[in-house]
Design a protein around this ligand. Structure first.
Ligand code: MF3
Ligand code: CO
Length: 273
């Protein structure tokens, strides 16, 4: 989500509430799996968006991106960002081509509880650079989950996790995007706290402790070239300043006494300890 200056008034969730979030998380994970199977050369972005929307609606869930407030309300149920597009790419008639790097981001609410996740998918065979970018970005998210589990045990700070995420991206020769952050999630898709994927003064000033009941949407965005981004004139699509590719992955993660619940996992009841 877009960074803002709002204060951190964090709401903690009960075991029962997190169990409800797992149900919306499962729908999000299934929607992403449907897209993964459809993401071949020749598929249009709008078809992916329709498939996701239909999956949510047919299961009684609400797509959360549709109508999201902005300069113009968000028009789709997914963000579909290709190659140099970082996040918030609009579903339209564009047709996927062999070699594209596609980011799919979506969220739904079921019975009052939200889940949000994103994947990066290579379309057909992609360049080795794109493949490595994709792998490293996935590693950054897995690292965050492991560090969250470790930090939860010692009631550590988010900034320690963020620092390790940034270091891994940079040690791999890539740059972490700092203009967008992850977020708390629960009855609303965007709740405090802001969850930056990097370590700086602001991260430390808005730091929070890792305690049971926290639910975070962690969403690293990693650029092959410069970190800087800009928004296109459609008011939504975020692209890299240098036109080089970007990757983005996201999971909704619940901190509980028994470990980190991967709420949007494709495996049932995944817990990382
Ligand atoms: N996962 C993204 C975020 O948390 C997607 C938001 S898209 C929007 O910012 F349409 F809802 F804005
Ligand atoms: Co999100």
């Amino acid at each position: 989500m877009v960074k803002s200056g709002k204060p951190n008034q964090i709401s903690l969730k009960s075991h029962a509430q997190m169990a409800l979030m797992r149900r919306s998380g499962k729908l999000v994970s299934e929607a992403l799996a449907i897209c993964r199977a459809m993401a071949v050369p020749g598929t249009s972005l709008i078809n992916l968006d329709s498939a996701v929307e239909q999956h949510f609606v047919s299961h009684g869930a609400v797509p959360l991106f549709k109508g999201y407030p902005g300069k113009v309300p968000y028009p789709g149920s997914t963000c579909l960002s290709v190659n140099e597009q970082v996040v918030h790419g609009l579903p339209g008639p564009r047709v996927l081509q062999e070699g594209d790097l596609l980011k799919i981001d979506t969220a739904c609410r079921l019975d009052g509880w939200c889940a949000d996740a994103a994947v990066t998918i290579p379309v057909g065979a992609v360049s080795s650079g794109k493949e490595r970018l994709c792998r490293v970005t996935e590693e950054v998210l897995q690292l965050a989950i492991k560090e969250l589990a470790a930090g939860l045990k010692r009631r550590g700070l988010w900034s320690e996790v963020a620092r390790k995420m940034q270091l891994h991206a940079e040690a791999s020769g890539f740059r972490m995007v700092t203009q967008y952050v992850g977020h708390g999630i629960g009855e609303s898709m965007h709740e405090p706290p802001q969850v930056p994927n990097y370590y700086d003064r602001e991260t430390v000033d808005h730091d929070f402790r890792l305690v049971p009941g926290l639910v975070l949407a962690v969403e690293p965005m990693v650029n092959m070239g410069v970190a800087q981004t800009k928004v296109l004139r459609d008011h939504w699509t975020v692209v890299t300043r240098d036109g080089l590719p970007s990757a983005h992955v996201e999971h909704t993660l619940g901190l509980m006494a028994d470990g980190v619940w991967v709420i949007t996992s494709d495996r049932d009841d995944e817990i990382v300890t």
